[in-house]
Design a protein around this ligand. Sequence first.
Ligand SMILES: C[S@@+](CC[C@H](N)C(=O)[O-])C[C@H]1O[C@@H](n2cnc3c(N)ncnc32)[C@H](O)[C@@H]1O
Length: 254
Amino acid sequence: MILEALNYAASWPLTAAAHRPYVRSSVNLWSRAHRCANHWAAHEANCKAAIISAIDGLRQRRTAVVLGSGLLRDIPVVELAKRFDTVVLVDLVHLASTRAWIAMKGLKNIRLIERDLSGFDQLATGRQPEPLSFLRQVPYLDFVVSANLLSQIGLGAKKRLETLPVGDMPADTLKTLISAHLDGLRDIAATACLLTDVAYSVVDRAGRTLETVDLLHGIEVSDPDARWDWPVVPFGEQSADIQVIHRVIARTRN
Ligand SMILES: C[S@@+](CC[C@H](N)C(=O)[O-])C[C@H]1O[C@@H](n2cnc3c(N)ncnc32)[C@H](O)[C@@H]1O
């Protein structure tokens, strides 16, 4: 509790005013990630392996961009920093704990960008969302990884929609934003590695699935290279008798 409060207080002044409302959820994620470290380890190792495998195949390694870099748990950051000239980490928030870790490791070629990657504001003003168009301005871009961000774009947009009068935003907002992210990854002139949870199931101790939720709102990611389960909420985290298991896919395209 004290560590969370310290991280929150230290992150607040380092975060732009518009993004400060997200500091709390980032600290909550940090806290849960520590509590669930054993249950999340295989997922994090799978993500790192997918990224390493993607960069092994690259001819040039100048600039890499990580979308949804967050706490850097599922990203092999040291490896990226060694193998690329520049690594750009993009997220709504970079906690003080993450910044301190980067400094402690002496990773001098890492740049942090705070940015909303959802495209929600563009859609809200009647424009076609192009949340990844800024990547066209990144010099010598050879690699992009979307790191367990896509489902969060849908969830974040759903929360924002709940605060707006019905009809203010298009009825298919969540689908449009999820598609815009996938289109953006498809259209960049660099190798793109997509890591995302696509659905979750609520499962009881007897192994019965009580509910399954599609996190991509009907949008299919075709031909993933790998799939695995991620017990995001293991037994005992929220309830003694219920766990929540997310289905994750990895896909790299050149
Ligand atoms: C499940 S976490 C993945 C974290 C990260 N890849 C890691 O290794 O710790 C999702 C991340 O997406 C970020 N995120 C959610 N919505 C976002 C948005 N609209 N724009 C940018 N980042 C966002 C969150 O802040 C969080 O860090």
